[in-house]
Write a protein that binds this ligand. Structure first.
Ligand code: ZN
Length: 323
C-alpha cells in the first residue's frame, strides 16, 4: 500500500515537473505611467558576450551584435576585432583572460576600420598588443582611436602574413579588392579549418553597403575567393549575424547585395526618385532581419543613386547601428 502511494506521488511529481516545463514563464512587463511613454524606446545598453569554442585554442565571441574572436599562440593571444567601445574591449579582454589565462595579448588584428570593430582596441594595445590592420587603414585607425602611431607596434598587411606555428598557423589575408571597405582582412586557420571573415560576410544580418569605399564588384570577387579551396573551413565567423558553414554566410551576403542591387537597378529604369526610400525600398525576404530597419533603406537609397549614375559619398561612420 505504501509502495502504491509512493508511486502515485512520484507520478504526480513527474507530471508537475513536465507541466512546469511546458507552461510559459510570466513575461516581465514594461509599464509606463499614462502619458509618460517615451517617444523613443529606451536603449538596451547591457553588453552581452557569447563565447563559442571552435577548436582547441580558437574562440569566437559575440559582443552584442558584433563578432570578435581569439587564437592562443605559444607566445600569447591573437585577438580578432575588439568591439564598439572601450568598455566592450575591457569586457572582452576579461573574457579572454578567464578562458585563456596567463598569456599576454600579443596581436590585435582589426579586420577593417569600422567603429563597431575597433573602438574597443585600447585595452589590448595598452596591454602591449601589436596592432595588425590593412596597411591603408593603420593611420585612420590610430586617429580614430586618438593614439599616436607606433611603427614598432604596428603591422600593416599589404597582402598576407602568417602568424602562429606549424601546428596552428594563422593567416591574415587581404583578398586584393575593395569590398565592404578599403581594407577588409580575413583570418584563416588552415589546419583548424576556421575562417573569421570580418564584414566581408554577414549571415542573416543586413550588410552595411555604406562605406565610402564600398565596391560591389570587388565584394563579389572577394566572396568568390572565400569559396575557393585555399580558404576551406568547417566554420565561418561572420562580422555580424550567425556562425555557420562558410557557404551559408557567403551565399546570404551575395544574395542580399544582388537582390538589393537588382531592385535598385529596376527602379532606376522606371524613373524612381530617391525620396522616401521606406516607401519603395522594401525587400520582402529580408524584412525583420537584424539591421533591416536601421541599414537596409539607406543601402537601397545609395544603390538607387548609383544605378541612376549619381556618385555617392557613403558614410564614414557606422552611426546607424546600435551603440
Ligand atoms: Zn561590422
Amino acid at each position: 500500500m505504501t509502495r502504491v502511494r509512493l508511486s502515485i506521488s512520484i507520478a504526480l511529481f513527474a507530471l508537475f515537473v513536465s507541466l512546469a516545463s511546458i507552461l510559459p514563464a510570466a513575461a516581465p512587463a514594461q509599464i509606463y505611467l499614462p502619458g509618460a511613454e517615451p517617444a523613443i524606446p529606451p536603449k538596451d545598453t547591457t553588453l552581452t558576450i557569447r563565447v563559442s569554442r571552435l577548436a582547441p585554442g580558437v574562440y569566437a565571441a559575440k559582443l552584442s551584435y558584433v563578432w570578435t574572436g581569439w587564437v592562443e599562440l605559444p607566445d600569447g593571444i591573437l585577438v580578432i576585432d575588439s568591439g564598439m567601445a572601450d568598455s566592450a574591449g575591457v569586457a572582452l579582454a576579461d573574457t579572454i583572460r578567464a578562458r585563456s589565462p596567463n598569456k599576454p595579448f600579443k596581436y590585435l588584428v582589426l579586420t577593417h576600420a569600422h567603429d563597431d570593430h575597433i573602438l574597443g582596441a585600447k585595452p589590448f594595445l595598452s596591454a602591449g598588443a601589436t596592432l595588425v590592420a590593412h596597411e591603408s587603414l593603420v593611420h585612420d585607425i590610430d586617429s580614430t582611436l586618438g593614439i599616436p602611431g607606433n611603427p614598432s607596434k604596428e603591422i600593416g598587411i599589404r597582402d598576407h602574413k602568417r602568424f602562429g606555428t606549424a601546428l596552428r598557423p594563422v593567416d591574415v589575408v587581404w583578398l586584393g579588392r575593395r569590398a565592404d571597405s578599403r581594407g577588409d582582412l580575413i583570418v584563416h586557420l588552415p589546419k583548424q579549418k576556421v575562417l573569421f571573415a570580418g564584414d566581408l560576410v554577414w549571415n542573416k544580418s543586413i550588410p552595411w553597403l555604406l562605406d565610402p569605399d564600398f565596391d560591389k564588384l570587388g565584394w563579389y570577387a572577394s566572396l568568390d575567393s572565400l569559396m575557393s579551396p585555399r580558404y576551406a573551413a568547417n566554420v565561418l565567423v561572420p562580422g555580424h549575424g550567425l556562425i555557420a558553414k562558410p557557404g551559408e554566410g557567403i551565399r546570404f551576403t551575395r544574395n542580399y547585395i544582388r537582390d538589393a542591387d537588382d531592385k535598385a537597378t529596376r527602379l532606376a529604369g522606371w524613373g524612381q526618385t530617391l525620396a522616401e526610400p521606406r516607401r519603395w525600398g522594401y525587400l520582402g525576404p529580408y524584412e525583420g532581419m537584424e539591421f533591416y530597419q536601421e541599414v537596409h533603406f539607406m543601402n537601397m537609397k545609395r544603390l538607387l543613386a548609383e544605378a541612376k549614375g549619381v556618385k555617392t559619398k557613403g558614410r564614414a561612420k557606422v552611426r546607424a547601428m546600435r551603440q
